[in-house]
Ligand binder design. Structure first.
Ligand SMILES: [Zn+2]
Length: 401
């Protein structure tokens, strides 16, 4: 397949963060040429007065829960968890498939081209992802066998999943320890070993709530990140999720072990986690920050454009200072940073990169549009409904009719 997008504003996200105006030619799954290129293509898309940008990368989701949206709102976290487990226990493969279908369609509709998922039953999610053409990093949830609703041993289940799906180009299996509250040291180290054995990435919920931190300290004498450093779990493969309740010492530990971070501001606010992830200190310590929506139960949508706005506003408000976050940095979290965290040759529009792109029509909520306000409008004014085309791996997988 070949695609020519003509006369668009191109948000390249290259190393100079250039915004260009012109054409982009896509051949097979690669960005072949940018600029004044005018060649025959199977699909020609008029990009006039539109914004072409790298596809958004969501580094934390539970897509199979999308059909539970709106069912557990406005309750304290403990009640939320109780009801989630209760609902989860009653779910069969069809329910997971239905949730994943809805979630993946929503992501493509709102400009997400790659996502990291976290659940059991990732084989079902993989089949839906393949059907719809989204790029999927699928983390099989790992926890102690006696605390799991999975059939069999979760570490062994994760290994079977990795073996079955490791050779599929659009699916990347991962290992996903649920959290210190349900994972023993043995389980955590087995998860790390599994990731090393099959060369996959790891992802884990860490220090989401104050309760998690206090209870872990009561049990082990150490805060979760200190503990994870002590048992030699922290490593560069790990994408830590949430990381709301941290000390400066823990931030230094994350930085020195090159742990990547998925910031989930909307979920944290909706669940009333209190405080906020220490984003500014993380950036000062050179930690690679990415963004995640979390599930449709705690968000309640999977719109990365909306999420970017929340990510920025949360910290401005928290620090009483509008200058602590910048639209360009926030856009980097959702594109180039996430691509780096996933070792994916995407996240920017440059020749030779994988063609994961989205086209946005800024009318009417993103107008007026000038070169100097495009990044600001993407982060603060637009939302997923402005997306007109989503291109993944060189294929148009969604377009507005
Ligand atoms: Zn989560």
């Amino acid at each position: 397949m070949s695609i020519l997008v003509k006369d668009a504003w191109i948000v390249t996200q290259n190393s100079k963060r250039e915004i260009k105006r012109g054409n982009v030619y896509i051949e097979e799954n690669t960005i072949a040429e940018i600029g004044n290129v005018n060649v025959e293509a199977e699909h020609v898309i008029d990009g006039k007065d539109k914004i072409l940008m790298p596809g958004l990368i969501n580094t934390h989701a539970h897509v199979a829960m999308t059909n539970l949206r709106g069912m557990i709102d406005d309750v304290p976290l403990e009640t939320f968890l109780e009801r989630t487990f209760e609902l989860d226990r009653q779910r069969d493969a069809d329910a997971l498939r239905e949730g994943a279908t809805l979630g993946i369609m929503e992501m493509l509709r709102t400009g997400t081209t790659t996502f990291v998922d976290f659940y059991y039953g990732e084989d079902i999610i993989a089949s839906v992802a393949k059907e719809y053409g989204i790029r999927a990093y699928l983390g099989w949830a790992v926890l102690d066998e006696d605390k799991s609703t999975q059939k069999g041993n979760p570490v062994k289940n994760a290994e079977s999943f990795i073996r079955e799906f490791s050779s599929q180009p659009m699916i990347k299996p991962m290992v996903a320890p649920q959290g210190v509250y349900v994972c023993s040291e043995d389980t955590l180290l087995a998860a790390r070993e599994l990731a090393e054995k099959y060369d996959t990435l790891l992802t884990m919920h860490i220090s989401e709530t104050r309760k998690e931190v206090y209870e872990h300290r009561k049990k082990t004498g150490r805060r979760p990140v200190e503990y994870l450093a002590d048992i030699e779990f922290l490593n560069p493969r790990l994408i830590g999720v949430h990381l709301v309740w941290l000390t400066l010492h823990e931030i230094r530990l994350l930085a020195s072990h090159d742990v990547k971070v998925s910031h989930n501001p909307t979920s944290n606010m909706k669940l009333g986690n209190g405080g906020s992830m220490p984003l500014i200190e993380m950036l000062q310590h050179g930690i690679l920050v990415t963004l995640g929506t979390d599930s449709a139960v705690t968000n309640n949508n999977l719109d990365m454009l909306e999420l970017m706005k929340f990510a920025s506003l949360l910290h401005k408000n928290e620090r009483w200072d509008a200058s602590v976050t910048h639209a360009q940095d926030i856009l980097d979290f959702a594109t180039v940073n996430a691509a780096r965290a996933l070792h994916l040759n995407a996240g920017s529009i440059e020749e030779g990169k994988i063609a994961d792109l989205v086209l946005l029509d800024p009318w009417p909520n993103g107008l007026p549009l000038f070169k100097d306000n495009i990044i600001s409008n993407i982060v603060y004014a637009l939302n997923g409904l402005n997306v007109t085309h989503t291109i993944v791996n060189g294929k148009i997988v969604w377009k507005r009719s």
